[in-house]
Design a protein around this ligand. Structure first.
Ligand code: ADP
Length: 266
């Protein structure tokens, strides 16, 4: 599009954040939020100061995944006039879902998204008293529409991680995601293949529910690294729903190790 500019528009102030990493996907339901949450907690487990910004305005799931769904609305600090983020599992979190009633439908238009981004980045006290964040993980809205493009352009991103299942249709969308970030000059750090396979806990048989190796091939084709492949695992889903991310709740599991490795790679 002719209006597309390279690089982010200037924000009002310098953000107290060293690196901002987007977790994105071409379509919904592939496990993007699960990856974002576990990545953020894994980074915090490595001793980094970490924030998680839930920008998935269509279905904010970060509060539930961090066990914050019943937390009070974030308050504004009297001195700084900034919103104080909640802290869960060592991560400072802010979500659209914490600011609006979960049952009210949200109709978002371009300008509203822009002001929401600005508010999330500038009007949240990410640093607090413990100094600037090392990493802010951004859970992007799924897809490659205007809202996503605006985010990719306006947020000063250090890089993006793309989540996909091994299925062809998901990978086609993942490819669009990679192209979108490259177009606006954001480095694609790599691809995460989620729901990669299923290992039956009863008989130990492995089933490639969505096919196998698709993301690996796609990553090679797109010339980006495959950062992790994470199986479809009931425990990941159950622990997510319980607000206790697998990476910290079951650190011994192979999947938890995969998230730890992902945190070291990004
Ligand atoms: P997205 O953010 O892409 O819409 P979510 O992260 O919300 O996707 O995941 C969708 C659903 O799938 C959630 O219920 C989540 O717990 C579950 N899920 C995600 N990844 C896995 C996995 N590897 N194994 C089992 N369930 C998963």
């Amino acid at each position: 599009a002719p209006s597309m500019k390279k690089g982010p528009a200037p924000l009002r102030e310098k953000l107290p954040i060293k690196h901002i990493v987007a977790v994105a996907s071409g379509k919904g339901g592939v496990g993007k939020s699960t990856v974002a949450v576990n990545l953020a907690v894994a980074l915090a487990m490595d001793g980094l100061k970490v924030g998680l910004m839930d920008a998935d305005i269509y279905g904010p799931s970060v509060p539930m995944m961090l066990g914050l769904q019943n937390a009070p609305r974030p308050v504004v600090d009297a001195d700084t006039k900034k919103l104080i983020p909640h802290i869960a599992h060592g991560v400072k979190a802010m979500s659209m879902g914490m600011l609006v009633d979960a049952s009210s439908p949200m109709i978002w238009r371009g300008p509203m998204i822009q002001s929401a981004i600005r508010q999330f980045l500038e009007d949240v006290d990410w640093a607090g008293s413990d100094g600037e964040l090392d990493v802010l993980v951004v859970d992007m809205p799924p897809g490659t529409g205007d809202a996503q493009l605006t985010l990719a352009q306006k947020v000063p991103l250090s890089g993006a991680v793309i989540v996909s299942t091994p299925q062809d249709i998901a990978l086609i969308d993942a490819r669009k995601g990679i192209a979108m970030f490259e177009k606006v000059g954001v480095k694609v750090l790599g691809l995460v293949e989620n729901m990669s396979y299923f290992c039956c806990p009863g008989c130990n048989t492995r089933t490639d529910i969505f096919g196998h190796g698709g993301a690996r091939d796609e990553a090679a084709k797109m010339n980006v690294p495959l950062l992790a492949d994470i199986p479809l695992q009931a425990e990941i889903r159950m622990l997510s729903d319980a607000g206790t991310p697998v990476v910290s709740a079951r650190p011994g599991l192979a999947e938890a190790q995969s998230y730890r490795a992902l945190a070291r790679d990004v």
